[in-house]
Design a protein. Structure first.
Length: 104
């Protein structure tokens, strides 16, 4: 599955102006907003920050997961998918499918 997401590193930027607060996920490469998180109530919390950081890490996590799956697929049969890692591999596969828009 080819990834069609915005290229480049994604980062979190906060907007904290008086009574207006929000967070944005920005593509550093293309200098554009990927996602805008409106905060209700208008307060930047640890949970908001953690959610924004997770979203900004999505491209890196997806690439790492795909590379890990490829590595597992190339292991000898005794230690790969047909063995102990079958359940974990399926979980990873489902996460990658979800990232590509396949919901089940």
């Amino acid at each position: 599955m080819e990834t069609k997401t915005t290229k480049g590193d994604w980062s979190v930027q906060t907007i904290d102006i008086s009574d207006y607060k929000s967070m944005c996920i920005i593509s550093e490469y293309e200098q554009k907003v990927i996602a805008h998180i409106y905060l209700t109530p208008p307060k930047i919390t640890e949970e908001n920050t953690a959610n924004a950081n997770l979203i900004s890490a999505a491209p890196d996590l997806l690439l790492a997961l795909k590379n890990l799956m490829l590595g597992v697929e190339n292991l000898p049969a005794l230690s790969s998918i047909s063995g102990v890692l079958e359940q974990q591999y399926k979980q990873a596969e489902n996460a990658v499918k979800k990232a590509h828009g396949f919901h089940f």
